[in-house]
Ligand binder design. Structure first.
Ligand SMILES: [Zn+2]
Length: 165
């Protein structure tokens, strides 16, 4: 399923999860194929599970205020693992909030904080949001809710989201 269909689709939240700080994320919370995918212990993280168009998804949210870094992974459940559809993040060394994704088919986006896939906006382009904008967990959830449209009901105005063009 295309990423935009998931973002735009009507969702049923099956598990809202809860914020954890200083607690190791169990491998089963967001299992990505291969080794090495984990949220380091100093992050505050949360996993929300939802269904959309008959498929099951998880959104992993994680942030660290001391590093002014945040990352959100959207994954589709495929058997017992997650296929990562996109990574939306803010981190130093790059301008602004941006999304890494594979828009036209279903594929795995790297779990690393390295930019090696399709990036929106492009590096050189205008970035609407240049600050982390998160000081509390509620801010992170609100951002996830807005960007991934967790609680909205379609149709939406298709405005202001570069990956919808
Ligand atoms: Zn990046």
């Amino acid at each position: 399923m295309k990423l935009r269909r998931v973002i735009n689709g009507e969702k049923t939240i099956n598990d809202v999860g809860s914020w954890k700080t200083g607690e190791k994320m169990p491998k089963t919370a967001f299992p990505v194929r291969g080794t090495g995918f984990k949220v380091p212990g100093k992050y505050t993280w949360r996993v929300v599970q939802f269904a959309c168009e008959g498929e099951s998804f998880r959104l992993l949210m994680a942030y660290r205020l001391d590093l002014q870094r945040a990352v959100f992974y959207l994954g589709k459940e495929a058997r017992s693992e997650m296929l990562v559809l996109c990574r939306y993040e803010f981190h130093s060394g790059e301008p602004g909030w941006h999304m890494h994704c594979i828009c036209d088919d279903e594929d795995k986006v790297s779990g690393r904080l390295v930019c090696d896939d399709k990036r929106l906006p492009h590096w050189d382009s205008f970035h609407r949001e240049l600050a982390l904008g998160i000081t509390r967990s509620e801010d992170a959830y609100k951002r996830a809710d807005r960007v991934f449209r967790l609680s909205k009901t379609p149709p939406y105005e298709l405005e202001g989201q570069p990956w919808q063009a």
